[in-house]
Ligand binder design. Structure first.
Ligand SMILES: NC(=O)c1ccc[n+]([C@@H]2O[C@H](COP(=O)([O-])OP(=O)(O)OC[C@H]3O[C@@H](n4cnc5c(N)ncnc54)[C@H](O)[C@@H]3O)[C@@H](O)[C@H]2O)c1
Length: 317
């Protein structure tokens, strides 16, 4: 990616997109940030990003965007992302996650006076569905379990089709569950701290034994940049965290960090919330990325203390 400095980042005010935007601005890249400002956006970040002369902001829905500036890469983080919401109302998910990607593909292929930018699509481990043993590789079939993951799998398929027909260049990145600061408190870790602050029990799906693989948001950012700089175009890369644990184990660590000592889990957790179609375990083989020389820099046991402290010291709405 030598010499490439002009990029578009959609979903720049969301959790991962904002960390990615910050990292690119710190590198001196020129960033067109695009966001629709849904409930999950953090508009207050515009003040920070706006301090960089190389940042421009466009408030727009990626489905309705009619023009794409001349950029070399489009990093698409814009999406509806919460599985529980998709079970209640899937329409917004099809709109942003499928039709949004279709519109970006059309804008890219419509480029006339500038080379087509590479679409870097931020997909998810959830497109494969769950895996009880072993790990999913990039060539595994997609078996999504809910409307959110089905919409993400659909957009991956659109990209592969647009590449074959229209030669739109792409990279699809599939990270596991992210954690870190500035995540909307519908997701497990910030939600747990919000409930603790309110003196309420933390709601957990089932008996808390569902397994997820946790990846620090800054590791996700470094993985995406590493893939763009060292990987191949027109292929898929899994990105795996270095901490696989049940939701119950994660909450035990959150509680320990919150109270400064281990506490009785049962006292703070309410089990048996039901998520229809619940995935039992996610796990990814990311040896293709590791072969490019990338490794996780963050350790869950160390980072969770800072993450808990961050959310504990400010109430996140
Ligand atoms: N958070 C995770 O654990 C995780 C894991 C794997 C993959 N992903 C993927 O990474 C991407 C980013 O996830 P996140 O957790 O940062 O999401 P988020 O929900 O925190 O933020 C999404 C952002 O996209 C914006 N947005 C939504 N629809 C839009 C539209 N139609 N047009 C323009 N902007 C729109 C929102 O306003 C918000 O700022 C998503 O594609 C998600 O599927 C997330």
């Amino acid at each position: 990616m030598q010499g490439i400095k002009v990029i578009a980042v959609t979903g720049c005010l969301g959790f991962i997109g904002s960390h990615f935007t910050r990292a690119c601005l710190q590198r001196g890249w020129m960033v067109w940030g695009v966001d629709k400002k849904t409930y999950a956006a953090r508009p207050e970040l515009l003040e920070e990003f706006g301090q960089h002369k190389s940042f421009r902001y466009l408030e727009a829905d990626i489905v309705k965007m009619e023009h794409l500036y001349d950029v070399d890469y489009v990093f698409n983080f814009a999406a509806e992302t919460h599985v529980d919401n998709s079970i209640i109302d899937s329409a917004r998910f099809s709109w942003s996650n499928i039709m949004g990607v279709e519109n970006l593909l059309e804008l890219i292929r419509g480029k006339r006076n500038y080379e087509m930018p590479v679409l870097v699509q931020i997909s998810t481990d959830e497109v494969y569905g769950d895996v009880l043993n072993g790990k999913h590789t990039e060539s595994d079939p997609l078996r999504p379990s809910n409307p959110y993951s089905a919409s993400k799998a659909s957009s991956d398929m659109l990209i592969i089709g647009w590449h074959r027909t229209h030669k739109v260049p792409y990279i699809i990145v599939r990270p596991t569950n992210n954690y870190g600061i500035d995540q909307y408190p519908e997701k497990l870790i910030p939600k747990a701290i919000k409930y603790l602050s309110l003196g309420k029990k933390i709601p957990l799906h089932g008996d808390g034994t569902y397994i997820r693989n946790w990846l620090h948001v800054e590791d996700t950012v470094s993985a995406i940049l590493h893939i763009v700089e060292h990987g191949e175009r027109n292929r898929i890369y899994n990105v795996s965290g270095n901490y696989e644990a049940s939701n119950k184990e994660v909450i035990a660590k959150v509680l320990k960090a919150y109270f400064g000592a281990p506490v009785d889990l049962e006292q703070y957790v309410q089990f048996n919330f039901v998520r229809m179609g619940e995935d039992i375990r996610y796990s990814l083989d990311d040896s293709a990325l590791r072969a490019l020389g990338w490794n996780n820099a963050k350790d869950f046991d160390i980072e969770i203390k800072a993450v808990v402290e961050y959310y504990k010291s400010r109430f996140v709405w």
